[in-house]
Design a protein around this ligand. Structure first.
Ligand SMILES: Nc1ncnc2c1ncn2[C@@H]1O[C@H](COP(=O)(O)OP(=O)(O)OP(=O)(O)O)[C@@H](O)[C@H]1O
Ligand SMILES: [Mg+2]
Length: 380
């Protein structure tokens, strides 16, 4: 076996090294390294303008990298034209041909590859069955719902059997309900086909639900790359803690350190105990606690020993079934906490103005060195 064939077997499906894109004096993608293992669902999550599409366009070959290398299955593809790369891209505004039928749309790429007619028919039928749309080959695109169009757009790429499928916010154009449904469907499709997906989105829930690995992107860089659980429970930076999931957040200074437990005096005048590493007394810090990590007690049933505990008053009840929340105010600091409201009989009758006690242990609260996630956009 040749050396190349050997490395093709063991190499990740996609690997980027020091990948960089500058437009004049502006760095849109800044020295990014990552590898995507075969058959996995990899998401790049970040706010508008952080460089997601630019990164994806480099992978697809529509944009030349200023610096760095792209490998697909161990083979460097920087100088390979887009139509010769073993990747396909699904766009946000899907580019289905409105005058062609569903079958013609799906077969388009195969026709360009000069695949034989019977083979095209067989493959189109097979992929239609796999995306759950058997029999809709003769339909016009205008006869499909938004979700069906999306599945056809994906089927049209999957039928070409790419090594990597690149998806640029493919659910962005759909309404909320359909997006919720499609994110589960997309995950199932990826599992069914076993194709490596690189998916970009600014929607953290999409990234968390679907992905094996998520890279959180900010200002052209990856701030953290990990499993959805790692990003959620162990955010490495303030930006990740604020962008992934909901968090109560205060800024302050470290006043005490005991192992991994730190005490933070917040600018709002509250004292918190939280978990943090590599911090020093006097450091400016951000402290976070998630709404579901906060426990609620009635004032006559306050637990004896808590790391963090505040007498609060209910300001607002945001009823949303199992995702209901309370907004409670801490009058001594003029601050508020969002707290998940357990849907138990005990708390069902809580009303605005009610006095409660909220509490949590240091272990569920995270303290990170303070940073302003919006500052410091690098210019070349
Ligand atoms: N051809 C270009 N010339 C100059 N600047 C560009 C070019 N393409 C992108 N940019 C800039 O690079 C930055 C990243 O753009 P990009 O489209 O990659 O963001 P994005 O993360 O995909 O955002 P969105 O979520 O809004 O789609 C933006 O500030 C954008 O203005
Ligand atoms: Mg984009």
């Amino acid at each position: 076996m040749s050396e190349h064939a050997d490395s093709e077997k063991t190499a990740p499906d996609l690997e980027c090294r020091a990948l960089t894109k500058t437009f004049a004096d502006f760095t849109a993608v800044d020295n990014i390294d990552f590898a995507v293992p075969k058959g996995s669902f990899f998401s790049i999550l970040g706010p508008s303008g952080c460089g997601k599409t630019t990164l994806l366009r480099m992978l697809a070959g529509f944009e030349q990298a200023t610096h760095g290398d792209i490998f697909i299955k161990g083979k460097r593809v920087n100088d390979i034209a887009p139509n010769r790369r073993p990747v396909n891209m699904v766009f946000q505004h899907l580019a289905l041909f409105p005058t062609m039928t569903v079958a013609e749309n799906i077969g388009y790429g195969l026709r360009r590859r000069k695949t034989s007619k019977p083979e095209i028919e067989r493959k189109v039928d097979e992929v239609l069955a796999r995306v759950g749309l058997s029999g809709s080959g003769p339909k016009q695109i205008s006869q499909l719902s938004g979700g069906q169009k999306q599945r056809i757009a994906i089927a049209r790429c999957l039928v070409l059997n790419p090594d990597v499928l690149l998806l640029d916010e493919p659910l962005g154009a759909l309404d909320l309900k359909l997006r919720e449904q499609m994110k589960v469907e997309l995950k199932h499709l990826q599992q069914e086909f076993g194709t490596t997906f690189v998916y970009i989105t600014h929607d953290q829930s999409e990234a968390l639900v679907m992905s094996d690995q998520v890279a959180v992107m900010n200002n052209g860089r990856f701030e953290q790359l990990g499993t959805p659980q790692a990003l959620y429970y162990s955010p490495a930076t303030t930006f990740v803690a604020r962008f992934v999931g909901e968090n109560n957040h205060r800024e302050g200074r470290i006043t005490d350190i005991n192992g991994d437990t730190v005490t933070v005096q917040s600018d709002s005048g509250e004292s918190f105990r939280a978990t943090g590493k590599n911090l020093r007394i006097g450091d400016a810090a951000d402290v976070f606690v998630r709404p579901e990590a906060i426990s609620i007690a009635f004032p006559d049933k306050v637990p004896a020993s808590v790391d963090n505990g505040f007498d609060v008053a209910v300001k607002e009840i945001l009823f949303d079934g199992s995702r209901s929340q309370l907004v409670v105010g801490n009058p001594s600091a003029q601050s508020v906490f969002s707290v998940q409201l357990p849907q138990t009989e005990t708390f069902r009758h809580v009303r605005p103005g009610d006095r409660l006690f909220v509490h949590w242990q240091a272990g569920v609260s995270r303290c990170l060195l303070h940073s302003n996630p919006l500052s410091g956009r690098r210019q070349q």
